[in-house]
Design a protein around this ligand. Structure first.
Ligand code: NAG
Length: 177
């Protein structure tokens, strides 16, 4: 390995140990970015993560929730292991679920909920939006507010179509002069 390569690695290692959150261990990855290992540390909240975190191992902790937007400042984050935590699977976990769905969907079935009752022992990936709850917002069907007028318009179009069809049939069955 050329000297500058060794220097670069040393620099990366030093940089890595600089912002490594307290109970975790960090390693610079060859592919750039950081491997941050916080497994089995009894964490109840996310540690402050370095901006270049790429692999984040949080398995076997006491995490119940992840604040929405928690990983938005980690543009390099690609892999997240959040198994073996007592997740409280309500609407506030929707952010984590969507993140996992986008980046590591295969892990969604291994992430199990500890509470509430409805979700106990079930994989996060199996819960529907209804089961997770809405946090107060609602999915609005786009046509809901048009209500009855939408039905009336549909019926009018159908009737008009039928009338046209009947007219066409009559016209074509008239004898030619
Ligand atoms: C989980 O972490 C604890 C320490 O907090 C450790 O004693 C235990 O062996 C770990 N379990 C697994 C399955 O890694």
């Amino acid at each position: 390995m050329p000297a500058w390569g060794a220097l670069l690695l040393l620099w990366a290692a030093a940089e890595a140990s600089n912002d490594c959150p307290i109970p975790c261990t960090c390693q610079a990855l060859e592919t750039m970015g950081l491997w941050v290992d916080c497994r089995g540390q009894k964490l109840t909240a996310l540690p402050t993560l370095p901006a270049h975190t790429r692999h984040l191992l949080l398995a076997n902790n006491s995490l119940q929730s992840v604040p929405p937007g928690a990983f938005d400042h980690l543009p390099q984050l690609q892999m997240l292991d959040v198994t073996q935590n007592p997740w409280h699977c309500d609407c506030s976990l929707t952010y984590l679920r969507l993140w996992l769905e986008d980046y590591t969907p295969e892990i969604l079935l291994q992430v199990r909920c500890a509470s509430p009752d409805l979700a106990t022992h079930r994989p996060l990936g199996q819960l529907t939006g209804y089961e997770l709850g809405s946090c107060g917002w609602q999915l609005q069907a786009p046509w809901a507010h048009q209500g009855i007028w939408w039905d009336v318009a549909l019926i009018a179009v159908a009737v008009l179509g039928l009338a046209l069809l009947a007219g066409l049939l009559c016209a074509s069955s008239e004898p030619l002069h």
